[in-house]
Design a protein around this ligand. Structure first.
Ligand SMILES: [Ca+2]
Ligand SMILES: [Ca+2]
Length: 98
């Protein structure tokens, strides 16, 4: 599992067709890892880093879409109640492991 050291780096030695997708459990773990201030909420900045880490080419755009999808109370952050929807959204896109 190559989650460490992937910030800003893209490795191209994998074959897309064979790369396994992240599971929901893995995505949930990754998102929580990026709650860097530990307040059990994911801010835009934290989400952006998470999407960058899982291989999004447009993390800022993805955060905007993810908030539209999962931010039920509209405060611009994803809390623990909203995390399931965020994970569902990210899983639907089908990011592959690097
Ligand atoms: Ca946070
Ligand atoms: Ca929210």
């Amino acid at each position: 599992m190559a989650l460490v050291g992937s910030m800003g780096l893209h490795f191209h030695f994998h074959k897309d067709a064979e790369a396994p997708r992240f599971t929901k459990a893995q995505l949930e773990k990754i998102f929580m890892k990026f709650d860097t201030n530990g307040d059990k909420c994911l801010s835009r900045a934290e989400m952006k880093k998470a999407f960058d880490d899982i291989g999004s080419h447009y993390p800022a755009f993805r955060v905007w879409r993810a908030l539209k999808y999962a931010d039920a109370n509209g405060d611009g952050q994803i809390d623990m109640q909203e995390l399931d929807d965020l994970v569902y959204y990210a899983h639907k896109i089908g990011y592959k492991m690097k």
